[in-house]
Design a protein around this ligand. Structure first.
Ligand SMILES: [Fe+2]
Ligand SMILES: [Fe+2]
Ligand SMILES: [Fe+2]
Length: 400
């Protein structure tokens, strides 16, 4: 598993906004790693800096918050830092990044909620803060090189106040180099990152991927109070179904990972659509449907060791070919993809929606039996659900 690819790809899910897919996290990471290299950080710290910078805003929940942070000077930018910190603290594989995330808007001169100032702020946080604000200052001009003078002037004015003055000095030197600026807006920004981030491959460790999947599932589920345990629920029920039909433990763990990530593309859907208390207009429904397509492309580069992207993103496909977005049918849908589909349906029916309350087992039984006839859902899998209502209730109630 190539950890860099995994982080780079998943981080794109954090860059959806009302205006489409932004590239804030990749660009910030590129600037941060360049500054880190110029500051002489050792390889292991460069890698840590890369990991933290490419997901630094993981604590942002709404697009409104994202828009507010797009202003250079913000009164109190720390709420998402605290949220990100808390998410990371509970994550065994990534908790070493928590203090960096917490302080990524800390000001050099102090007055920060973390209580830190100057050299006490982690160096990686100081670098990300500067890199993040450079990215925010970029505006569209015929050439980015036209902006260099103005951006540097602005940053210089905050040296010793917002930013570590030593980092500003390093940046002054780097700013002479045209390619420093051209790389930031380059369509090859990922290739630029590949050149400067130490490649870090590791044996595909399920626990590590499970930790990362849990982190992103929390971000997705936090988007709406109606789905606060949706990804976790699909993961738990898919794992349960896997056990029921006799899959080995390894396979069941993979199903859990897939369940956690199946709706990653939902970060592209505006909240007013997710929480609309009535029927969606055709155009709103079109936006909603896109999420499964995005899930596919966000997950495709993450691992080649098992078909994560396919199993996850086919959850709205149907055996009769009438699902979306790929129109797969019959044998084209592998058993594990079908398990995720069934788990997703049952969890959605158990959940309340803005336009209906949660359903009873009686209603769910009726709907699922009907879907086996109309859409061709697997009878065996549906039976595994309907024969185990008590066990599923137990799993469901255990999800916080
Ligand atoms: Fe931030
Ligand atoms: Fe940011
Ligand atoms: Fe979905």
């Amino acid at each position: 598993m190539n950890i860099n690819e995994c982080f780079l790809s998943l981080s794109r899910s954090l860059d959806f906004s009302r205006h489409g897919l932004m590239r804030h996290h990749h660009r910030t990471a590129l600037i941060a790693v360049k500054i880190g290299r110029a500051a002489g950080l050792p390889e292991d710290e460069i890698f840590e800096l890369f990991q933290a910078s490419v997901i630094h805003d993981i604590g942002i929940i709404s697009w409104q918050e994202k828009t507010e942070l797009g202003t250079f000077e913000i009164d109190a930018p720390w709420q998402h830092c605290r949220r990100g910190y808390e998410l990371m603290c509970h994550n065994v594989s990534l908790q070493h990044l928590a203090p960096i995330i917490l302080s990524h808007h800390d000001r050099w001169s102090g007055g920060n909620p973390s209580g830190l100032a100057q050299d006490h702020i982690p160096l990686a946080s100081r670098i990300i803060h500067l890199a993040d604000r450079i990215e925010i200052l970029l505006v569209k001009t015929p050439s980015i090189l036209d902006q260099r003078g103005l951006i540097m002037k602005r940053l210089r004015g905050f040296g010793g106040v917002y930013f570590d003055p030593a980092l500003i000095t390093i940046l002054e030197e780097m700013a002479y180099n045209d390619s420093f600026w051209l790389d930031i807006i380059s369509p090859w920004e990922k290739e630029c990152l590949d050149l400067i981030v130490p490649p870090y491959r590791m044996q595909m460790e399920t626990d590590y991927l499970l930790d990362i999947a849990n982190l992103f599932a929390q971000v997705v589920d936090a988007k709406s109070s109606f789905t606060y345990r949706h990804s976790k629920g699909v993961a738990a029920i898919a794992k349960f179904l896997g056990k029921q039909i006799g899959l080995d433990e390894k396979n069941c763990e993979l199903l859990e990972i897939v369940g956690l990530l199946h709706d990653l593309g939902k970060l592209s859907v505006p909240n007013e659509i997710l929480e609309k208390p009535g029927q969606l207009t055709p155009s709103e429904y079109n936006l909603m449907k896109q999420h499964a397509y995005y899930t596919y492309w966000l997950l495709k580069p993450v691992t080649q060791t098992f078909p994560l992207a396919e199993w996850a993103s086919f959850h709205h496909e149907r055996p009769n070919g009438r699902g979306y977005p790929f129109g797969r049918k019959g044998e084209e849908l592998e058993p594990n993809a079908r398990i995720i589909t069934i788990a997703d349906i049952v969890v959605a029916l158990r959940e309340e929606r803005p336009y209906r309350s949660n359903m009873s087992w009686e209603q769910i039984t009726k709907i699922m039996n009907n879907l086996t006839v109309v859409e061709g859902l697997d009878k065996d899998l549906v039976s595994s659900i309907l024969d185990n209502k008590k066990a599923l209730d137990y799993i469901w109630s255990g999800l916080s």
